[in-house]
Design a protein around this ligand. Structure first.
Ligand SMILES: [Zn+2]
Length: 216
């Protein structure tokens, strides 16, 4: 899943209006922000197997630190604690924890059975919606647009940056989703990892956009 996770970040703004959209993106997309770095350091592994699912050719053979449920809980607690240190608000800490956790459950819907519960465990989970491209696209879009709707309901722009940069951000995310779904398989693991790192640009952009919007 891709933009669905960003949809969660957008939606969380309604529950945690004092938290920047950039930080909410970090939480909802944390596992996939961490994963490219673990690939680059050869700590986690993926292989490219065209046809393994109809949506993505990626075979996630080994990603226990970024994507096992136990570790995801750990990352969620860590980010929740960080939030507590930053804003001293239990509700916001819980929302950040849940945003991190949501990633695993959304991935569970689309991934083939490749998601582990614990590092080192051999059982794998995933409902495999990636074999149904149209339903996948629809689901991603529903999650994403619902999140965007809540963000618009919660905030309003106080200048042109807040207005137009948000539209650009939304457009770029949708574009990447489309390219992910219809583009050719990536040329190699390094390309996947570096393309993954580019997601930090969306995080930076979200911090920037959010600074130019105010709570309604
Ligand atoms: Zn993921």
């Amino acid at each position: 899943m891709f933009i669905g996770h960003f949809g969660v970040g957008f939606a969380a703004k309604k529950l945690a209006p004092a938290i920047s959209l950039g930080y909410l993106f970090i939480a909802s997309q944390f596992l996939d922000l961490l994963w490219p770095t673990l690939l680059l350091f050869d700590i986690e592994h993926v292989i490219i197997t065209p046809g393994i699912t109809r949506v993505t050719p990626l075979d996630f053979i080994d990603y226990p630190y970024s994507h096992s449920l136990l570790m995801v809980c750990g990352w969620g607690i860590l980010l929740g604690l960080l939030t507590w240190l930053l804003v001293k608000n239990f509700k916001y800490s819980m929302i950040i924890f849940l945003c991190v956790l949501s990633h695993w459950f959304l991935d569970l819907i689309v991934h083939r059975p490749d998601l582990p519960l614990l590092p080192g465990d051999t059982s794998r989970f995933g409902f495999g919606l990636w074999n149904y491209p149209l339903i996948t696209a629809l689901l991603e879009l529903i999650f994403f647009l619902s999140g965007v709707y809540f963000y618009y309901k919660t905030t309003t722009s106080n200048n042109n940056i807040g207005k137009y940069a948000l539209i650009v951000l939304i457009g770029l995310l949708i574009l990447i989703q489309i390219m992910n779904m219809i583009g050719p398989p990536p040329p190699g693991i390094n390309a996947i990892a570096w393309a993954g790192q580019l997601q930090w640009l969306f995080v930076l952009m979200a911090f920037w956009v959010d600074r130019h919007r105010i709570i309604k």
